[in-house]
Design a protein around this ligand. Structure first.
Ligand code: SF4
Length: 757
């Protein structure tokens, strides 16, 4: 690559430093590193988080040798965080799985693709015949391309005839979906990243944006640097690198923030920051019983939530709650952003509702610089799984299995009898793995995800993985999950396949195939196609010869839907840096804001509906969004005398999810080679724990021996463990109670104790 070791180390160090401070990330071209003739550059998308940064992939002699930020991509304008910068190294990881394997007498043996797929097809058909279609299940991923999830959807829901199809976004995004549906009527944000540079206030809640979404954080920081009037309010139980730019940080006890949001709403109304005309025109107010309330009744409901009451519940000083409410109320525009600290809760949907309440009360939605904006953790959780219908209650195109018309529309395009698609939702993730434990599900196909590590209360679900027939389609080997597999299928990775990712801001982006897959690895969509054919669904699957065949069929299912992508053909996507839906025709430029002028669906609403309205929430009756008067509920497992600490989990900048990818890159691994538990110095002193001591962290579900990091990051009474490592698996400790609405588990808080080992 024409770069000396010294230059490389310098660049890497600069990248690490820049990424960790989040203010001056890598520019689009670091010339000495990339100035190499003979390199071909291809436009693509980062493989990690849901920000969706554009990357340029440098290929030489059939190998990906470099990645740089795509300066023409408006998401990241050439910048990348350190994970994106090292993306190409993941391809050549020593742990790549390069040939199919079947476990024989307890040992994996290399087999041919024919043998592997014939075996899976035979086993799945036997299970289906003997125990019915619901004895089978599929568990997929927000990292799978839309085309891949689409093929799984058709095979399991349309052909096999079971809705036992889930994806890991259930574990990270489901509460945001529930929040959008109940508050605004349709899933996914109304605005886009373009709002960042127009916002006056950012409410970052339950989000360590600097480490989990670094490029968006960088955009916020740059915007604030240019506009000192911009304010940032953080609500999060822990000090994180995001704090570097905070004007105000509220530290609630983990899981006790709902009362703060109600108290903020109360102050906003009392101090005259509510936009009563906006509320009258565009909002209905509902109690938790779904009955309508008047504005007066809502005010009565909020009376309980004085700053002092919220302070007592949350531990946040009352004056800080007042300050936060005033900052939100006074700003002309406001963007709320949140991640897992809000979603991964037993009342995640309610928390989402209460954040959106603040925007609906003040009319700070639908206008440039104002939005209620959930950040996504995976590159295609929005695209393939939410839009593509990769959960047990969904069908492609934001459709539902419970809706007869939706089933008919999908069955027609799939060319399957409509009776194949079951009207009842299948088993959601926790129910699916519980059924696997109970032997009710006897065969499962796991694609591009690592549930043996990522499930909450993880060790509880190893039994089912051990006992039932498990197929794992993976790029890497071994993972916590592959050890339980009966068959492991090697999957092509990122630049080895083409397809589409849909990121947080409703933008679909195309990724080309630029190199051949390692060894015998194959594209997941075609593995599923060939499995379908072998299972007897020849006519249903033989027709797909290219990725574009699959995408084109999917586009027909988006036509006329709120997430209309029918104008986003491969031809266009190959040229542009993605398109934001709705994009209903090939000459449509995509949509910046939903529900307002410029959104093709709003523009085409009948004049009588829009009369006197500049915003129309067309997913709700009369186009009105909902302010919810939800109760304030704390965590499922509050602290007590036996388990006096609140344990919370999260991420570090250099690693991603269960580390199957980032853990293979030496530079990233060296940055944070192992897990640790953060403990506040006061707590540590009281327990006689010193920095770097080995400690035992224990919950009602398990214990973990781990190194202590005595640091002023968690508040007193709180512990924090990053969850990336299989050797120190934080998820054996976390609780698997889940939100009754979204079915998303409460990873973010449980009761724990800690002692010196
Ligand atoms: S912010 Fe996310 S999408 Fe962008 S480079 Fe980093 S990991 Fe990739």
């Amino acid at each position: 690559m024409g770069v000396t070791r010294r230059e490389f180390i310098k660049t890497s160090a600069a990248a690490a430093a820049a990424a960790s401070i989040g203010t001056a990330l890598l520019p689009g071209g670091i010339k000495p590193l990339f100035a190499d003739s003979g390199m071909q550059w291809h436009k693509s998308v980062c493989r990690f988080c849901g920000v969706g940064c554009g990357v340029m992939v440098g290929v030489k002699n059939g190998k990906v040798v470099a990645v740089r930020g795509d300066k023409f991509n408006t998401i990241n304008k050439g910048h990348l965080c350190i994970k994106g910068f090292y993306l190409h190294k993941v391809i050549y990881s020593k742990t790549r799985l390069t040939h199919p394997m079947i476990k024989k007498n307890g040992k994996f043996e290399k087999v041919s693709w024919d043998e592997a797929l014939d075996y899976v097809a035979k086993k799945f058909n036997e299970i289906r015949k003997q125990h019915g279609p619901d004895a089978l299940a599929f568990y997929g991923s927000g990292q799978a391309e839309t085309e891949e999830t689409y093929m799984a959807n058709k095979l399991f829901k349309g052909c096999i005839g079971t809705n036992n199809m889930e994806g890991n976004p259930r574990l990270c995004m489901a509460s945001a979906v529930g929040g959008y549906l109940t508050s605004l009527g349709l899933d996914e944000p109304s605005g886009t990243y373009d709002d960042i540079e127009k916002a006056e206030l950012f409410l970052l809640i339950g989000s360590n944006t600097a480490e989990a979404h670094p490029i968006l954080f960088e955009r916020i920081v740059r915007h604030k640097a240019k506009n000192p009037n911009v304010k940032i309010v953080i609500i999060d139980p822990r000090t994180t690198p995001t704090d570097q730019v905070a004007d105000l940080h509220l530290f609630p006890k983990p899981g006790w923030d709902l009362a703060i949001l109600h108290a903020m709403a109360r102050i906003i109304i009392k101090e005259g920051y509510a936009d009563e005309q906006f509320i009258k025109d565009n909002v209905v107010i509902k109690g938790n019983d779904k009955k309508n309330m008047t504005f007066e009744q809502y005010k009565q409901f909020l009376e309980k939530y004085t700053p002092e009451y919220a302070s007592k519940i949350s531990g946040v000083p009352a004056e800080d709650i007042v300050k936060a409410a005033r900052l939100f109320g006074q700003a002309k525009t406001a963007m709320s952003m949140w991640t897992m600290g809000i979603n991964q809760r037993t009342r995640g949907v309610w928390a989402n509702n209460l954040i959106t309440n603040l925007h609906l009360l003040t009319g700070k939605i639908g206008k440039p610089g104002s939005d209620t904006f959930s950040l996504t953790g995976q590159p295609n959780a929005c695209g393939g799984v939410r839009e593509g219908g990769g959960l047990c209650h969904l069908l492609p195109g934001h459709r539902k299995v419970a809706n007869a018309k939706h089933r008919e529309e999908v069955a027609k395009v799939w060319g399957v009898p409509v009776k194949n698609i079951q009207p009842k939702p299948g088993k959601h993730t926790i129910a699916m793995f519980t059924a696997l434990n109970e032997g009710k599900i006897k065969g499962i196909y796991i694609m591009c995800t690592n549930p043996a590590q990522s499930l909450p209360n993880a060790s509880k679900y190893w039994k089912g993985l051990k006992e039932q027939f498990v197929v794992v389609a993976e790029s890497f080997f071994p993972t916590a999950t592959t050890q339980y597999a009966d068959v492991v299928l090697p999957a092509a990775f990122w630049a080895e396949k083409e397809g589409v990712y849909g990121c947080t801001e409703r933008r679909s982006q195309y990724m080309p195939k630029v190199i051949e897959p390692m060894g015998e690895a194959r594209w997941d969509a075609f593995i599923l196609r060939d499995l379908g054919i072998r299972m007897g669904f020849k006519k249903e699957f033989e027709k797909y010869q290219t990725a574009e065949d699959i995408w084109n069929e999917y586009l027909t299912l988006t036509k006329g839907r709120d997430m209309d992508l029918s104008g986003a053909t491969y031809r266009r996507l190959k040229e542009v840096r993605g398109l934001r839906w709705p994009v209903p025709s090939e000459d449509h430029p995509g949509t910046y804001k939903r529900y307002v002028k410029g959104d093709p669906i709003f523009d085409e609403l009948p004049a009588e509906k829009k009369k006197g309205r500049w915003i129309y929430f067309y997913g709700k009756p009369e186009g009105k969004a909902v302010i919810w008067a939800r109760p304030d509920k704390g965590p499922e497992e509050p602290t007590d005398d036996q388990y006096p600490f609140a344990l919370t989990t999260g991420r570090v900048l250099e690693h991603w999810h269960t580390n199957t990818m980032t853990g293979t890159v030496p530079e990233l691994n060296r940055a944070v080679p192992k897990a640790y538990v953060e403990i506040n110095p006061e707590d540590a002193k009281a327990l006689g724990i010193a920095n770097k001591d080995q400690v035992i962290v224990e919950t009602r579900r398990g214990k973990l021996k781990i190194e202590a990091r005595v640091i002023n990051r968690p508040e007193k009474g709180t512990l924090f463990i990053p969850w990336h490592w299989e050797e120190w698996m934080a998820n054996v400790l976390t609780i698997d109670a889940f939100d009754p609405g979204s079915k998303e588990p409460e990873y973010k808080v449980c009761a724990a104790r800690i002692k010196k080992a």
